[in-house]
Design a binder for this molecule. Structure first.
Ligand SMILES: *[C@@H]1O[C@H](CO)[C@@H](O)[C@H](O)[C@H]1NC(C)=O
Ligand SMILES: *[C@@H]1O[C@H](CO)[C@@H](O)[C@H](O)[C@H]1NC(C)=O
Length: 372
């Protein structure tokens, strides 16, 4: 048998379709988030990450802030570390019966993922994420912004259905994810539509007690900004696809929407290894995407009665912190690793310590005065 730390990335990726057919949840959760990040930049950046980032084998929960994942002590298969989800499919424990929760349906990519499996235990009073155990399988370990908003900067008891999936693009037909098993925003919305959209007894959400959030675009742009053609027009195409999905959510009863723009990922350590031309190129595409996002959200709200939109300007918040890291307790804007004074948890994802600021911003500013 092989150990996960010694097999090659291509071997592991090659295994995925097979393993996926057996146990999709385990594949997603057993996948090293840093492997996901390699896929995020498939193509010209691929080799950089592969050589820099060892595959994790075993993740150990250290404390509320950090789960450490060490290579070298892997079990003998590629499927690792996800505790089994044992309860009845799609059910909520009876302990939730008396709880009066509000609902958050969250969609996105690795910046948002916690490893939720919709057919597993649903959010409940013991674990507001349902599954996996809080804080879930986040990109760099520890609690991410969804966890902080759900449990720390929440204005009520929140049950969070987090469909976000590492590596996600809006639509795999528009921008291919790094591997076909990635659930795109389209797939995630379909998961919602085919499970709890009809407000089953397990999930008694209403138009007024539910918030729908979408933070997407990082991988769409990361995997396409360097292509030829009119990138602004392509951002329109991407956002039209996103808002067609938003319309489906509206048709299912969604009225409250939190939109999140794309942060300055050209300032990630991974992109800082690229040329300044590359950084500038990606920056420009992000700016175009973000300004269109605001316009589309406004147009959507104007065209559909009863819609309330909230906005978290993640681009502004990342920029503020990265321009003055020490103000926020970070030693600089470029290091990555596991220290509490490091903004980037790895070379493409913010640390849990950064996510705490994001959660605070969303809970206390973007959603200020709301029930969420
Ligand atoms: C990446 O690795 C492959 C396989 O080793 C190689 O063919 C390719 O030239 C490399 N690309 C870059 C940009 O280094
Ligand atoms: C926030 O969420 C936590 C965890 O579910 C819960 O214990 C707490 O009561 C919530 N806060 C408010 C203000 O409802």
């Amino acid at each position: 048998m092989f150990s996960l730390s010694t097999i090659s990335v291509s071997t592991l990726l090659a295994l995925l379709p097979y393993v996926s057919a057996q146990a999709p949840a385990v594949v997603k959760d057993g996948l090293d988030p840093r492997l996901v990040l390699q896929g995020i930049n498939h193509g010209y950046l691929h080799n950089v990450s592969v050589s820099d980032v060892p595959l994790r084998s075993v993740c150990t929960f250290s404390n509320q802030w950090y789960s450490q994942c060490l290579p070298g002590s892997a079990p003998t298969t590629a499927v690792v570390t996800q505790p089994a989800t044992t309860t009845t499919s799609g059910s909520a424990p009876t302990t939730t019966a008396a709880s009066k929760a509000n609902y958050w349906f969250s969609f996105g990519d690795s910046y948002t993922q916690t490893g939720f499996t919709p057919s597993g235990t649903l959010p409940n009073s013991v674990n507001p994420f349902g599954n996996p155990d809080f804080p879930g399988w986040t990109a760099t370990g520890g609690t991410n912004w969804v966890g902080y908003v759900t449990t720390t900067y929440n204005n009520s008891l929140l049950y969070t259905y987090n469909y976000a999936y590492g590596g996600a693009t809006i639509d795999a037909n528009l921008v291919k994810p790094y591997t076909p098993t990635v659930l795109s925003l389209t797939d995630q919305v379909n998961q919602f539509l085919t499970t709890v959209a009809n407000k089953p007894a397990s999930t008694p959400w209403t138009s007024s007690n539910a918030l729908f959030s979408i933070w997407i675009g990082i991988n769409d742009i990361g995997n396409s900004w360097y292509l030829s053609g009119d990138r602004g027009a392509f951002s329109d195409t991407l956002l039209n696809a996103e808002f067609a999905l938003v319309q489906k959510l509206y048709d299912a009863g969604a009225r409250n929407f939190l939109f999140v723009n794309v942060p300055p990922i050209e300032r990630s350590p991974l992109m800082l290894r690229e040329s300044t031309e590359s950084q500038a190129g990606e920056r420009a595409v992000i700016a175009g995407f973000n300004s269109r996002l605001v316009a589309k959200a406004n147009a959507f709200a104007a065209a559909n009665s009863g819609v309330k939109t909230f906005f978290w300007d993640s681009h502004a918040q990342f920029t503020t912190i990265l321009n003055s890291p020490q103000t926020y307790g970070f030693k600089d804007a470029t290091s990555y690793g596991s220290g509490s004074d490091i903004f980037w948890g790895n070379d493409y994802h913010p640390s849990s310590f950064a996510h705490k600021f994001f959660g605070q911003e969303v809970g206390q500013n973007a959603l200020e005065g709301t029930i969420w």
